[in-house]
Design a protein around this ligand. Sequence first.
Ligand SMILES: Cc1cc2nc3c(=O)[nH]c(=O)nc-3n(C[C@H](O)[C@H](O)[C@H](O)COP(=O)(O)O)c2cc1C
Length: 310
Amino acid sequence: MSLDLARYRKALGAFPTGVAVITTNDPSGQPTGLTCNSFSSVSLEPPLVLWSLRTQSRLLPTFRAAKQFAINVLRHDQHDISANFARSDDKPLGDLDIVTGELPTVRDCVARFKCRTVSEYLEGDHVIFIGQVVEFDYLDEFEALVFYRGTYKAIAESIDRRAFSAKDIDEARRHIYTLLAELASERAGEADLQALERGVDEIAGLEREGKMKERAYQALEFFHLIAQAAHSPVLSTMVKTIEDISKDVVTEGARHMKWEEMRHPVLQKVRADIVHAIKAADKPRVSQKMHEYFRHSPMLLWQDRKFTAP
Ligand SMILES: Cc1cc2nc3c(=O)[nH]c(=O)nc-3n(C[C@H](O)[C@H](O)[C@H](O)COP(=O)(O)O)c2cc1C
């Protein structure tokens, strides 16, 4: 079977992993290591772990000879260390605790496992190393770095959405999106304005076609476009949580209401007014129109209900 390799790699990247640096000493006693996300636990009793190394890696002879390695699970803010140990040239070793004769380890990471190599298997273009954990330490106050779809991510505080009412969610949406729309009125470029106008038209188009479910989700997309037009990378990242919650609220709302009920007749006009005010860089009007939008928000129709989605 011939695989579309680029797509296959993307599919593998859809499995989120942590990021570790595997460290050891080379035959001359010099510390070295590489970034790795193929680490996995194999057995609890005895404690066995595995990771795999490209056969083309310069480090293969080193790990074969060393017969021991340390797995250092990186902290959420250690992506520089990850990038450093993913380089093929000689890596600066400033982040390592180096004690002569001992395994080098990464400072202040989430967990460290010192292992004795018990077996290795050549499979395809990788060698799988299996190690027995002889010592470990763990700092539970830190969150781990995550690798997902080819980029580094941090774990967001997990949210028990059942704790929020639609009213709470709506209040948060009103504040954050008003702020983002105000920023958009200062920063939106031509492409952002066109996207916003298209977004409003698409909502109207779906409504005309009677596609009320798609219309409801497209109405959320309008806020995503506002967030994009604000050009605030940090706020856009934070608002992702609100976007996810809002999607769940709409999905949950469909269990209590008909899709047709999830609209208010004035809102299409208000959306167009918001885009108009952003385009005119009229910040006070942007704010006024955003508040008008949220006064009529369909989410408020079931504000006293607790959100029950998982
Ligand atoms: C997030 C991430 C995960 C990686 N995981 C592995 C891995 O599991 N096995 C591997 O051989 N290389 C992995 N790499 C690539 C190595 O880190 C990189 O090829 C190596 O450090 C370069 O040295 P080398 O050319 O001597 O192998 C990974 C890189 C990144 C950024």
